[in-house]
Design a binder for this molecule. Structure first.
Ligand code: YOG
Length: 137
């Protein structure tokens, strides 16, 4: 059983978000805004349903799904695309394939050294983000 992804997580590093956004076709203006954001992740599990919220001072994005069940995703406020998404466990990684207009698109989450890792990929561009667990206050 992989370490739990659940919790509230603060971004501590963000490598090649620019390349990933260019691959998605995000405008230069939005890319400049997005590059300055310190995103948070809130990951919850209710029964067999997962909810992943990405939050920032600019926009928020929420997706919910069941592992192994394909679903329709509209990436509202991101690149505004319809994709068919499917999340699976591959070893200790939660992997999502997002099939649509863009080739080789998806993401993977895993835990390493108490940190939450996220790889976002699209058409050969890979963005790597790391989050640390938010200290309770
Ligand atoms: O996460 O798909 O955790 O959905 C990555 C940036 C910026 C808008 C965010 C809003 C995508 C302008 C989603 C940022 C860049 C730039 C806060 C990551 C696109 C547009 C929402 C993601 C998965 C896995 C779950």
């Amino acid at each position: 059983m992989p370490a739990s992804l659940c919790g509230t997580w603060d971004m501590i590093s963000n490598v090649n978000l620019q390349g990933y956004m260019i691959a998605l076709g995000i405008s230069p203006h939005l890319r400049n805004i997005a590059l300055k954001l310190k995103m948070k992740k809130v990951i919850e599990q209710r029964g067999d349903q997962f909810i992943i919220k990405t939050t920032s001072t600019f926009r928020n994005y929420t997706v919910s799904f069941r592992v192994g069940q394909e679903f329709e995703e509209f990436t509202r406020g991101l690149d505004n695309k319809n994709v068919k998404s499917l999340v699976k466990w591959k070893g200790n990684k939660m992997v999502c394939e997002q099939t649509g207009e863009k080739k080789d698109r998806g993401w993977a989450h895993w835990i390493e050294d108490d940190k939450l890792h996220l790889e976002l990929y699209c058409e050969g561009e890979i963005c790597n983000q790391v989050f640390k667990k938010k200290v309770k206050q």
